[in-house]
Design a protein around this ligand. Structure first.
Ligand code: C2E
Ligand code: MG
Ligand code: MG
Length: 628
């Protein structure tokens, strides 16, 4: 048990001892000593004894007191240090406010948040509220007032001005730590500050990213939707422009995404600078932008300005890019009053503009949606037709122009529609490519053609080459070679008897990969020919590197032979090119003897066309040939 020694206690003990001494010491001496002379001498010793004993007593008591104070001071120091560590570790600034004398005490961390040094401030009299952001002053004032009134600590967030002028976000807490015992008035308040600028900035950044596109800094789709809905509430009439860059994918594919990104940034700047103050622009996809405008009467002018803004080539490094855009325009309330409808209809109109050769922008009309519905109906039907095996393959003979003998057949697919009868491939191949259904349809045609070859082999009817059309979508498929090889090996047809017809467009998107695929096919023994040659624009140097066997001159160059001089020149040039590259040349769509004579004269190798035979079903072909 500890007994605390107070100064009062020391004095009381001393007083008690002295009083007892005064009252009783003489009696004690007299009791023991009878001799008066001796008593007198004893008085002196008694006094000395008193001085010694009280001195020892006081020494003991005061020493005990001092030891107690020293020990308390040590503990206090330890506590203070511990507190200091905690405050520094938590990077907390603290303040202590003498409310009566308006004196503030703060620590160095507190000062460091505002870029201040200790000698920058006058601790005695500084109005810190003057450093608080004007918008946040009321928050701070209310917090302090409430704390004083209700005696509850506060935590608030506010901004304070840094020495160099910028605003620092602070999380401040505080409480009344001392009150006047009688009146209850606050005497001291204290609390902490924490610099939360990085958290606040991250929050701001996240909010920005949620509503804006990081590349162009333009609003994104979410922001667009909010803005559109807000504008529609203010006023229901508004125009919605959907803009999509033409063939932007090629830039990405050929020059890489970094260049593509830079182009998009320039495009965004250019489009933005064509707008009026009240217009709104958002980036809603890779190369897609939406513009909102209230200027219905000037939409056409705006569309023209947007198109014009892209006319000057965009320069990135040493490259120059010329861009076009297609736009679809919808206006509310006429074409819809919801974000989804306006977006969908503008997209539909944009699609129309893409397909139009003359127009860069197209206004939406309901008939476009109808067309789209028809397309999606066709897509659905096509899917079912593949599942239900509604396709048949016709065969068109290919003839050697010099021997007049049939050297091969081209397999041409037809859709035997249960209601509409035979549908030609031009009516559905495009959609099948768009929907990628061509991958399974192509395999179906490949399989049917090879099975027919097998059958004719067994009947010793046909032992030539079968030409099969392959779409670029198929060629770009990763496992194309494997998928046809499985079928070929299963049916058991020599690859040398199969010619794959590809078009020049195959080399546009992914030339390196396609060239590798063709090389693989060539190694397996397949023949490769270029169909509709002359209609695409393939690079001639590229042609030289590809493992090709044949060029098929497109029908359009044969049709007006031998009278049209341009077609004469073109077909002669293609034949010459074929000879130079050591490729066989076949003319498509030969319908007249005159055309045939021209081709023979110009040393074309083979032909295909109505002059000899139309594409025929296997049965008709068999019957015709057995007759002759
Ligand atoms: P293509 O490969 O250029 O096929 C030749 C087209 O020309 C065939 O049309 C054929 O009927 C037609 N033709 C042949 N000789 C003459 C002629 O003397 N005069 C005229 N006016 N036309 C002639 P078809 O069968 O309608 O095929 C059209 C296109 O459809 C084909 O053009 C080919 O690109 C595509 N196609 C056909 N079957 C398939 C297939 O199984 N897969 C793929 N991917 N495409 C196919
Ligand atoms: Mg063909
Ligand atoms: Mg062709």
């Amino acid at each position: 048990m500890r007994v605390s020694i107070s100064p009062l206690r020391i004095v009381l003990i001393y007083a008690l001892f002295a009083t007892l001494w005064i009252l009783f010491s003489d009696h004690v001496v007299e009791y023991f000593v009878d001799n008066v002379a001796l008593v007198t001498a004893m008085q002196t010793y008694k006094g000395l004894f008193f001085v010694v004993v009280t001195s020892l007593l006081l020494y003991g008591l005061i020493k005990a007191k001092i030891l107690q104070i020293v020990s308390m001071q040590k503990k206090l120091k330890e506590h203070k240090q511990r507190l200091e560590y905690v405050i520094q570790g938590a990077n907390l600034g603290y303040w202590d406010w003498d409310y009566v004398n308006h004196k503030h005490v703060v620590n160095d961390i507190w000062l460091s948040f505002l870029g201040l040094k200790r000698n920058d401030i006058d601790e005695l009299d500084t109005d810190w509220t003057e450093r608080i952001h004007p918008e946040d002053r009321l928050i701070a004032k209310n917090a302090v007032e409430n704390t004083i009134k209700h005696n509850l600590p506060y935590v608030i967030e506010f901004r304070m001005r840094h020495r160099d002028g910028h605003w620092v976000w602070i999380e401040g807490s505080g409480a009344v730590v001392e009150r006047d015992e009688k009146t209850g008035d606050p005497l001291r308040l204290a609390g902490t500050h924490r610099d939360i600028s990085s958290r606040k900035n991250a929050q701001k950044e996240m909010l920005f990213l949620a509503l804006n596109d990081p590349l162009t800094k333009l609003p994104n789709r979410v922001y667009l939707k909010q803005e559109l809905e807000k504008r529609l509430i203010e006023e229901p009439t508004l125009c919605f422009l959907f803009l999509d860059l033409d063939r932007f994918k090629t830039i990405n594919d050929m020059y890489g995404h970094t260049t593509g990104d830079k182009v998009i940034q320039v495009v965004a700047e250019r489009l933005k600078s064509s707008l009026q103050e009240s217009d709104f622009i958002a980036r809603v996809g890779g190369d897609e932008f939406v513009i909102l405008t209230r200027e219905h009467l000037h939409v056409e002018a705006l569309c023209n300005r947007l198109i014009q803004s892209l006319e000057i080539p965009i320069e990135i490094g040493n490259e120059q890019f010329r861009l076009n855009a297609s736009m679809g325009v919808t206006c509310s309330p006429k074409d819809g009053s919801s974000f989804e409808t306006l977006f969908k209809n503008a997209d539909t109109a944009m699609y129309e503009a893409k397909n139009s050769l003359q127009k860069s922008y197209v206004y939406y009309t309901p008939s476009m949606t109808e067309q789209l519905l028809n397309i999606s109906k066709l897509d659905n039907e096509l899917k079912h037709a593949i599942e239900n095996d509604e396709f048949v393959v016709y065969y068109q003979p290919q003839i050697n122009l010099h021997t007049n003998r049939m050297i091969g057949l081209e397999a041409l697919v037809r859709w035997q529609h249960p209601v509409e009868g035979i549908i030609p491939p031009n009516n559905f191949i495009g959609r099948a490519e768009e929907t990628r259904l061509i991958i399974s349809l192509g395999l179906l045609v490949f399989k049917k053609s090879l099975m027919q070859m097998k059958k004719w082999d067994e009947q010793a009817f046909f032992d030539g080459v079968m030409a099969i059309n392959i779409s670029s979508v198929q060629i770009e498929e990763e496992n194309f070679v494997e998928s046809i090889e499985v079928i070929r090996q299963e049916i058991g047809i020599n690859a040398q008897r199969i010619e794959l017809e590809v078009t020049e467009s195959c080399f546009m998107n992914n030339p390196d990969q396609v060239s590798k695929t063709l090389q693989k096919l060539e190694n397996l023994g397949y023949k490769i020919s270029i169909d509709d040659f002359g209609t695409g624009y393939s690079s001639l140097s590229y042609l030289k590197q590809l493992p090709l066997h044949k060029l098929k001159i497109d029908r359009s160059f044969i049709r007006d032979l031998p009278h049209d001089t341009d077609d004469q020149a073109i077909s002669k040039a293609i034949i010459a090119l074929g000879k130079t590259l050591e490729l066989e040349v076949l003319a498509e769509g030969v319908e007249t003897e005159e055309q045939k004579a021209f081709l023979i004269e110009n040393r074309c190798d083979s032909m295909q066309g109505y002059l000899f035979a139309k594409p025929l079903s296997a049965e008709v072909l068999e019957a015709t040939f057995r007759q002759n």
